[in-house]
Design a protein around this ligand. Structure first.
Ligand code: NOJ
Length: 585
């Protein structure tokens, strides 16, 4: 694990005072005509005209989520930073693609020390992104298109400019002092324990606050003080923030470092063998489970299966599994080992087996993530790893998109809920961000580059008065942009769309059991089965074709191939280089 590359890795009651949800204004359409909107919230999904199989499983088990990092998705006001109106203007593109649900990363009021993960008001929209009425309109439009919306919730820490912390830091006797974690210095003046903060691993997870003479805890930046969930008023205030957004109609939350909301009350040193790893990757304390049960009860009190997917940033799938509780804590939890796994068949086999072994006995539903706003995009990661392993530049360039295509088929056909990170459907690579434009304390700018919508010079980000986008565009945006790829049926964008359409038509791929099959080294094979519906997925992780005729699928119907929009009906039995196929049967 390269920790330096693993990114990171109102007072109670007042939320309710915010304005009434505004009625939706007309949807701004972009290049794709939206399907006929069905009336009312949470309409039956109609993406691409293919109905979603409906049964009594909760929607989030059947859904494919699409992560939107709002600063970088689409900009409606020309200030070079994306916003909610920009997202709203492109909802029809997402419905066309065929995803089911959106996770929108933070858009709350924030000084932006961590680009929104430092919240100064949980119940308002930062003016950079719009306002509450704009958010309500976005949710209403999304629901009309059959798209669910979950939002980020940041319960572990606030901004140091949040009124709670401002008060807490005003004196040791302030009303909110105990809402944060304060401790005296050790006798030699050093911090209370050896915990290390994320981002800069030379920094302790503590900052000494001169005016009041104590250290305060922050697992991330010093501008992100950790809340003290042992204080009942904190729990109560944070539950109110959930109610605020649930009452506005969100379908759930992605809970940021949610395993952090319980801390060992003794704040013991991290053991020497892991000292130096950020404490946020180690914190795993029983009381958190109690708190998650309270949160779950709150969510279950709302209709329509409101969901919480927790970011449990622990590198053990067994540990992550415990955060599902016994169907009484998180409904979904991110499991990051696959996100850090190299593009190697045996490593993926282990990840899949680990997830099955840890989650199945609990009846816990897996999630699959290849990329997000905290880590290099998987295409970039796989290319870099191949180069490190000696792949020459020409081969690397040739195989690069093919690997990303095969990974897309894997992501969308494993048993569980997949999360697609914005731009992966374009096969984007990380931007090369020159030093003078780097802005993130965690070194994550590359994967956060603005989404190129078209091939014009501004790529659909029309800025005015010499303003530039907050980050440079990813490589190749002149041709690798949404509109160009939407016009090319052979593109990776169409591969994502085809795979999502196939998933929607194929109950086995959505809810079916998964059986691992024996296959040659360097490949992965699994069967998805639901009642009479059966299909088999084969993935070749290598750059040479592999003859698998001996396995017996010759002549099987090819439902999908990662490298061919119109594969021949009967399968040859030869798995192409860097190819993934889905076969019937
Ligand atoms: C995890 C988020 O994904 C990341 O972007 C953020 O910096 C940390 N949590 C702190 O909130």
């Amino acid at each position: 694990m390269h920790w330096e590359r693993v990114a990171w890795v109102r007072v109670r009651g007042t939320c309710a005072d915010r304005g009434d949800p505004a009625g939706p204004a007309p949807l701004v359409t972009s290049r794709h005509e939206p399907p006929d909107p069905a009336p009312g919230p949470r309409a039956a999904p109609v993406h691409g005209g293919v109905p979603v199989p409906v049964d009594d499983t909760p929607w989030w088990q059947r859904a494919v989520f699409y992560q939107i990092y709002p600063r970088s998705f689409a900009d409606a006001d020309g200030d070079g930073v994306g916003d909610l109106a920009g997202i709203r203007a492109h909802l029809d593109d997402l419905a066309w693609l065929g995803v089911d649900a959106l996770w929108i990363s933070p858009f709350f009021r924030s000084p932006m020390a961590d680009f929104g993960y430092d919240v100064s008001d949980y119940c308002d929209v930062d003016p950079l992104f719009g306002d509450l009425a704009g958010f309500d309109a976005l949710v209403a439009d999304a629901h009309r298109l059959g798209l669910r919306v979950i939002i980020d919730w940041v319960p572990n820490h606030t901004s140091d400019r949040h009124p709670w912390f401002v008060d807490a830091a005003s004196s040791q006797d302030s009303a909110h002092r105990d809402w944060y974690v304060w401790r005296d210095a050790e006798p030699d003046g050093s911090p209370p324990n050896n915990w290390v903060a994320a981002f800069d691993l030379t920094e302790p997870a503590w900052t000494f606050h001169e005016p009041t003479g104590q250290w305060y805890l922050h697992m991330f930046e010093s501008a992100q003080p950790d809340l003290n969930w042992d204080e009942p008023a904190v729990e109560s205030a944070m539950l109110d923030t959930l109610r605020f957004w649930l009452d506005r109609g969100v379908d759930g939350f992605r809970a940021d470092v949610v395993h952090g909301i319980g801390k060992d009350p003794d704040l013991p040193d991290d053991p020497p063998e892991v000292a130096g790893i950020p404490h946020c990757a180690l914190n795993d304390v029983p009381v958190t489970h109690e708190r998650l049960r309270t949160i779950r009860t709150l969510l279950d009190g709302y209709p329509d299966d409101r969901v919480m997917v927790g970011e449990v940033f622990l590198m053990s799938t067994d540990a992550v599994a415990t955060y599902y509780g016994h169907d009484d804590e998180l409904q979904l939890a991110f499991n990051f080992p696959p996100l850090f796994a190299p593009w190697l068949a045996d490593r993926w086999t282990s990840c899949i087996e680990d997830a099955r072994r840890a989650l199945d006995p609990r009846g816990a539903w897996p999630t699959w993530v290849l990329a997000n706003h905290d880590n290099p995009r998987h295409r970039t990661r796989y290319d870099r790893a191949a180069a490190r392993a000696g792949e020459d530049a020409a081969t690397n360039a040739r195989r690069s998109e093919a690997r990303a295509r095969a990974a897309a088929v894997l992501l969308l056909t494993l048993r569980g809920t997949p999360f697609v990170y914005q731009g992966d459907e374009l096969g984007l690579e990380d931007a090369d961000v020159p030093e003078d434009r780097q802005v993130d304390p965690g070194g994550r700018d590359g994967c956060r580059a603005p989404y190129p919508w078209d091939g014009t010079t501004d790529h659909g980000w029309p800025t005015t008065d010499g303003v530039t986008t907050w980050l440079p565009f990813p490589p190749g945006a002149d041709s690798r942009n949404h509109d160009a790829l939407a016009d090319d049926p052979e593109s990776i964008l169409h591969l994502y769309r085809r795979t999502l359409t196939l998933r929607r038509k194929t109950p086995a791929l959505v809810l079916g059991a998964m059986e691992m099959l024996v296959s040659p080294d360097g490949t992965l094979a699994y069967r998805r089965v639901l009642d009479g519906d059966v299909c088999t997925v084969l993935v070749n992780f290598g750059g040479e074709e592999i003859d698998v005729t001996a396995l017996g699928w010759v002549g099987a119907e090819v439902l999908l191939a990662s490298d061919d929009p119109a594969p021949t009906a009967g399968w040859s039995g030869v798995l192409g280089a860097d190819q993934a196929v889905v076969l019937r049967g």
